[in-house]
Design a protein around this ligand. Structure first.
Ligand code: NDP
Ligand code: A1CAB
Length: 273
């Protein structure tokens, strides 16, 4: 079975919901008329409607006209939203894909009161440029449905399957990770401005340098320290700068931030109940 022929409901057309809908169409594998996007403030979906997507503030209508239900509301909005669709979800017809942080597949089936198949997916905002690192996991979906969901997210980046207990860790490393790397690039550009470049050129130079560093690892499959060793000339300026950063806790700050985000992600749903 091919997922590209299925109709998709994106429930919660905010940042991620809208980016996902647009990314799927940009991939060339989905037509906008096969995708229905919902949110309560429907005026904010005007741009998507202009692009040919179905838009509605009625989740029941979206669910009735789709086979794949992608849930993209905030954790604290989930229960109210699920209550609007639980009578319409049909385990024989629907597959649920949830990108909601901190919410297990079991939390969703319990709230709906039906053993519908649920796949959790953790993409990041780079779906906008089809460069997401998306992790998928499930407690109850079939192999065939996992393959369908992989096909869906493969169109907006790279997808890997992980165990469900690691999806919170994937949230911190990959979903929050976009912000961490962006802040690093921003900080590098601020350093660049202080040593002589205009802000815009410093930002461009820092971003392209970061892209080059990531590409070295992804294409050469080497370890970062091997690549760092090639940059650090003896008694040179790179090792001087790198050691200064480490004295100020560069690696430690990133590691501690990722652990903090993972701990927070794990509690996003329960702390709001
Ligand atoms: N932002 C990110 O980088 C990532 C986020 N996530 C997860 O994705 C989810 C969405 O995050 P994000 O896009 O940033 O959040 P947003 O707040 O931008 O989007 C949530 C959307 O849900 C809509 N919504 C709320 N209640 C309902 C409802 N009952 N029916 C229909 N729509 C509803 C809201 O619009 P309105 O108020 O108009 O209804 C809002 O636009 C979260 O669970 C987050 O954990 C996962 C990976 C990355
Ligand atoms: O900050 C958040 O809670 C969401 C989940 C991962 C990225 N953004």
């Amino acid at each position: 079975m091919n997922i590209h022929s299925k109709r998709i409901a994106v429930l919660g057309g905010g940042n991620m919901g809208a980016l996902l809908a647009k990314g799927l169409v940009a991939s060339g594998n989905y037509a906008p008329e096969h995708i229905t996007v919902t949110r309560r403030n429907i005026r904010l979906l005007d741009a998507l409607a202009k692009d040919g997507f179905h838009v509605t503030d009625n989740n029941k209508v979206a669910v009735a006209s789709s086979e794949i239900i992608v849930i993209t509301v905030l954790p604290q909005q989930l229960n109210k939203m699920l209550d609007t669709i639980k009578d319409d979800v049909d385990p024989e017809k629907h597959l649920i894909v949830s990108i909601v942080s901190g919410v297990s597949g079991h939390d969703i089936t319990s709230r709906i009161g039906k053993e519908v198949q649920v796949v959790r997916a953790m993409p990041n905002t780079a779906i906008a440029v089809r460069e997401s690192m998306t992790c998928i996991a499930t407690g109850n979906a079939s192999k065939a449905n996992m393959e369908l969901v992989k096909q869906l997210f493969d169109t907006v980046g790279e997808t890997i399957e992980i165990h469900e207990e690691l999806i919170t860790s994937a949230t911190a490393l990959c979903a929050c990770g976009i912000a961490f790397f962006l802040r690093s690039i921003r900080a590098a550009s601020q350093g660049g401005t202080e040593i002589g470049f205009h802000a815009a050129e410093a930002l461009h130079m820092a971003a392209q340098t970061a892209k080059g560093a990531a590409s070295l690892l992804l294409t050469q499959k080497t370890h970062p320290e091997n690549e760092i060793d090639k940059v650090t000339s003896p008694k040179g300026c790179t090792i001087a700068g790198l050691n200064e950063m480490e004295h100020f806790g560069f690696s430690s700050a990133l590691i501690k931030g990722i652990i903090m985000s993972a701990n927070k992600a794990g509690g996003l749903y329960t702390e709001d109940k």
